[in-house]
Design a protein. Sequence first.
Length: 399
Amino acid sequence: MSAVALLREIADVGRDRRRGGYSRHAFDGADAELRTWFVEQAERRALSVETDRNGNIWAWWGMPGPGAVVTGSHLDSVPGGGAFDGPLGVVSALHAMETLHTEGFRPTRPLAVVMFAEEEGGRFGVPCLGSRLLTGSLDADQARALRGPDGVTLAEAASRSGLDPARFGRDVPALSRIGTFVELHVEQGRGLIDLDSPVAVGSTVIPHGRWRFSFRGQGNHAGATLMEGRRDPMLPAASLVTTARRIASGVAGARATVGRLVPRPGGTNVIASTVDVWLDARVTGDDRTRSMVDAIADAARQAASEEGCEVTIAEESYAGGVTFDPVLRKRLAGLLPEVPELPTGAGHDAAILAEHVPASMLYVRNPTGISHAPEEFAEDADVEHGARALTEVLRNFST
Ligand code: GLV
Ligand code: MN
Ligand code: MN
Ligand code: MN
């Protein structure tokens, strides 16, 4: 079955009628449906399936073992996300396995497709949750305590779906089987439009992190409270939004985003007592990212104190900058002539794994240049181009 046809099979799972696009989050109903679907698809291709201790699902061709050539991505989405971010890598991997099987190919190294849990951090706030737990870059106790907006902890959600959260944590046996990891992914900007190419090889991923700013003031009556003397946490929250834009605009190549802001209690006629604001910040270079966030944090403290509010700032996740393995990239370039290299500002499981194993990525052109939104897209011909490239990579690497 083609990658396009496989994508069509899951086109109705996790549609978000309210926001548009898809909302598929770790251990929710859509995620459960997608996990079942993935297992069925793997079994249909005679792959042997296992769920690791961190909730990532692996589908093996051959005995799981060292030196494996591994590909895959994720099936979860951001809230109201597109159809391609994540699923494209999974369906392309399944299609590649099927193609090689049908051709009678016999790998001399084990091949595997992996589906990582909660890559977007859409429910529990930490992106690349499954790959971070696998590699040990996220502490298991910290992970178990993560709480989604519905108040359910990751430990509770995972155990409701049959996992044992007590087993979360660095998984050396699973990690040490990976010889090479190549993740195919829809491109999330305009890089491939500008390069006029359907596919690219990943070169670097810029540092990125998430910080929660919790502003506390005095909740009160919107009508009975004069403007003077208010301690309204919405003021420093609003100032954070504009300050982040102003500061990031002055740093070459920087991105700073506030995509989520939660006032409590959240009534039109109520001065909020607290406002939580999440900052997503990314700049080429770890030091530059840190110093940009420090500058935004200083401004937020200042704005809070001017309004008589308090603020606490918590780093919820951070991933340093990554350069994908140069030797692997050279091999990919040899196999896929004319395919350019592309840096990205988006985070990926491949970048988490890259600190431990040779890893890189293949990007497929996105003609809208839009991602994390329903407009994210890839033309059928480009999807097929990407799947063919991945098939050649798997064939060559496992021969
Ligand atoms: C995930 O896609 C991210 O880069 O935030
Ligand atoms: Mn994403
Ligand atoms: Mn993704
Ligand atoms: Mn991502």
